[in-house]
Design a binder for this molecule. Sequence first.
Ligand code: DAH
Length: 340
Amino acid sequence: MQERIDQLLQEVETLNASSGEEVEQLRLRYLSKKGLISALFEEFRTIPNEEKRLVGQLLNKLKTRATQKLDELKISFEEGGEEEDADLDLTRPTGQVRLGARHPLSIVRNQITDIFARLGYSVAEGPEIENDWYNFSALNFPVEHPAKDMQDTYFIQRDPDVLLRTHTSSVQVRMMERVQPPIRKIFPGRVFRNEAISARAHCIFHQVEGLYVDKDVSFADLKQSLYFFAREMFGEETQIRLRPSFFPFTEPSGEMDISCNICGGKGCNICKYTGWVEILGCGMVDPQVLKNCNIDPEIYTGFAFGMGIERITMLKYQIRDLRLFFENDVRFLKQFTGAI
Ligand code: DAH
């Protein structure tokens, strides 16, 4: 019996298998109730007592080794042994990965800054939390001027000098205070006004401000630059018109309309049957504003303009409700997949 146990021990040490199924066959052959090792345990009962100690040790050793060996083989297949690794195809396509989309306001902001970049404007930004000087006073808003109410400002209660900027014009002042002309900059950013939320207004929206200050900058330069912008943004056939207006920080001031890009100027409910839609405010920088920023108005002149990104985006993509921009509804957002 000892000899047969020794023989099985050797056999067990050299066991090998090429699949999980073969391992199971081997387990049945050696370790199942009807297997070879169980049969030896049966036989063990019948041998003379004086042999039992030695044979018992050997038999236990055989059982332990066989169990270890078969466990090792089993694990190697469960973990995906070498054979399965060889089948692994790393070039197989995965499941479909959904493309994200840029927010339409980001798309249009980038388009606006790109168009002005071609005219030599570079981008700068300023803080959203401002003080009275940058948002109002330096821009020539007189103390207690109703315009401060007009822009329904969010003031900080503990310190009314601190406020959420109501327009990006504040960044003009910061720029002019810091550098002497020539200045040719475009300032995109978020602005805040205490407005009831509706299809046409929101308490948070976005603007792009432009500023060009140099020697001999004229109103004709302003008009030509904005005409270029309108055609690049809304198409070659776009017409513009300037209407007189008022802003404390520009003199003269104007508002610019474009020919309605929806009806082509014929009249529709977007342009209220006038053929024109307003897109921005503009004007020549008031000499007092230049002075406030330590720029000499005897030497330099400049123009500025400001527009709402939501408004441009609504016209460009024919979006009728401003609230859609802020609701994060993927059904709306995914329509812009692929746009840049
Ligand atoms: N800041 C103005 C607003 O929020 C827009 C504006 C008008 C900006 C005329 C300008 C400008 O720079 O020249 O309504």
